[in-house]
Design a protein around this ligand. Sequence first.
Ligand SMILES: NC(=O)c1ccc[n+]([C@@H]2O[C@H](COP(=O)([O-])OP(=O)(O)OC[C@H]3O[C@@H](n4cnc5c(N)ncnc54)[C@H](O)[C@@H]3O)[C@@H](O)[C@H]2O)c1
Length: 325
Amino acid sequence: MRVVVSGGCGFLGSHLCEALLRRGDQVCCLDNFSSGRASNVAHLLSEPGFVCTPSDVTQQLRVNVDVDAVVHLASPASPLDYARHPLETLAVGSRGTENLLRLAVRHQARFVLASTSEVYGDPAVHPQDEDYWGHVNPVGPRSVYDEAKRFAEALTMAYRRSQGADTGIVRIFNTYGPRMRADDGRVVSTFVSQALDGEALTVFGDGSQTRSLCYVDDLIRGLLAMVDTDLPGPFNLGNPSERTVRELAELVLRLTGSDGGLRFLPLPVDDPVRRRPVITRAREGLGWSPRVPVEAGLRRTVAWFAAQSDTSVRPPAHSPVGRSS
Ligand SMILES: NC(=O)c1ccc[n+]([C@@H]2O[C@H](COP(=O)([O-])OP(=O)(O)OC[C@H]3O[C@@H](n4cnc5c(N)ncnc54)[C@H](O)[C@@H]3O)[C@@H](O)[C@H]2O)c1
């Protein structure tokens, strides 16, 4: 298959490009490097099936090859990133999604949208299955991301219903692993880099809020399954194993051997209190479920962060918009 991956230089995108190449697909990666890094795909540049084109997907797309599938991952994804780039976040969720849907329709290609658990907002039901419509504050600081993804889902379904497009939607829950940016403000990258620096881990509120963390390799298997099916979804992709943020912090301290301790900060606005995916639909429809336990995944993540020589990027001590993604 020839697969276009938007956002292919980001955390998830670079792992997806790698996995597609590994199974023999050809990959055309589009990225504007706003939160992604060329270094994430540098090791792929010598692969014959890989092309990386600097490209803002909200502008006119230039893809001059045949395309069998389009996976749309481009978007600021961490609360810090979308707080810094609110208009770009709305643009890539709306114009960017439409440009990529048009590309897919033109080539009669499969289109997969990377949506998010944030479409559920601060959920009023727990755990969350795909039939839950969400509890989103449309004017809150996180709304640019949540509503952009909700719009992107609506647009995807409209193209499916009105244009006969072969579309699929996955709602990704918190995913972690190698190639996260130390300064992205997300819970795992922040805790791990703070612990490796011997700093106190910054916990919002009393740390009793929960997160369900999926290791990146598991998530990528789910994305590949979504490329290969013609099912529309939406499918939750995430690990239902739920932990409090405080438990996660203590686990990271243990795995890194850090004695930096914890530092408690006020809970940010609209920070979701509980998140856990119901993955029955993905289990049954895609034959997918996560395999990597949190402790094993965190060990691999810690090892990767520890091996990075670039220690110039440090996480901010405190993100005012939270860190659930
Ligand atoms: N990582 C998670 O836990 C998680 C959870 C839910 C949803 N998602 C979704 O998965 C996708 C990838 O997330 P990630 O964690 O890899 O984030 P990331 O920031 O590492 O990757 C996003 C990539 O998109 C690129 N990009 C942004 N705007 C663009 C534009 N206009 N044109 C071209 N490229 C653009 C960035 O440069 C970056 O490489 C996002 O759509 C995100 O919403 C991720």
